[in-house]
Design a protein around this ligand. Sequence first.
Ligand SMILES: [Zn+2]
Length: 149
Amino acid sequence: MPRRKKCRWVSVDILPKKGGETELSADEMEAVRLVDVEGINQVDAAEKMGVSQPTLHRILREARRKIGIAILEGNNVKITGGDHIMRKFKCYSCGNEWDEPYGTGKPDCPKCSSNNTGRIDAGRCRVGSGRGKDGGKGSGRGRGCRRNE
Ligand SMILES: [Zn+2]
């Protein structure tokens, strides 16, 4: 027979609240996805994101703090564009290619205003991708991240 769980003391209010909004940047969410969700170590995750391990650690610490606040205060988490991660788009009407930061949705072509555009990087950092457990492992191809320096 399974043993009964021992009670634990908590000092937080666990009733659901109607909260506001906590903003998480795309690079913070990506760090959490790689390290906490996919279980990749910080050295490899930093390499995937094109940042140093101390920088990844800093991003991750801030992300976890914000997620904690969001849970405690019942906030919705809003993903905003990070400074470091860009997506690459192509216009299929005029062939124009450009980088676009996260959080802007699918853009129209800045050159000819066509909406016949598509993302041409691998989407490794795609926000909200429904990838499986092993997704993103083992393949170094087509990294979509670009640092914006
Ligand atoms: Zn175009």
